[in-house]
Design a protein. Sequence first.
Length: 245
Amino acid sequence: MVTLILSLFLAALTVFFVVAIQGKLVENSFIGFAPGERRINVQGEGKVSVKPDVAEASIGVVTRGANVGQAQTENTRISNAIIDFIKNSGVADKDIKPINYSVQPRYDYSRFGRGELIDYEVRNTVQVKIRDFTKIGTILEGAGSRGANEVSSLQFIVDEPQKAQEEARAKAFEDAKSKAQKMAEQLGVKVGRIVNFNESPSYFPRFAEVYGKGGDGGPVVPPTPQIEPGENEVIVNVNVTYEIR
């Protein structure tokens, strides 16, 4: 009799442990989840192509003189003539922004490593936004012919990319939700609410291969080609965590 009771007790205990172990296996059957958590993490990407509405270029003047005053006076004369020309070409004051102004001495170290003063160099650079694309070549050529000896970083941008970013973000969330639903189907669960997310937007302006640098302060006179703005790409990547049921 005692042996029968003991056998029944051991059988019941075995069943209890089997059920408990199976429950733990089900609880932890979701890849990457800690015990008790039922979440799924996915990444989504959204892309939007937009046509630029602004051309942006850096236009600089570099002058040298035996003294600082001489170099600055010459630089100011040339820079003012260029800015007046740019304004008369239809560019608004708000679209001309100084980005660099520097004065520094130049030395010759070729004689026994001892620095000998050569002259002073003054560098003045402005960033110009050109909204009428038909005037890009004319403005760059006109700046060069008036003494600009550094013309660089011509790029086509979207002045207000927020709308494109919102559209790309919506596409990224749609992509993430689609991926989450497919994964949930494979796991035999359903997608619930979003419990966490973050995003990383990216914007890629289009650079044009139109730039120049004058030797020894000489002016740059670029050609006036037909420059096409093409399209820029706005990309938003999101990382989303969903509850699953």
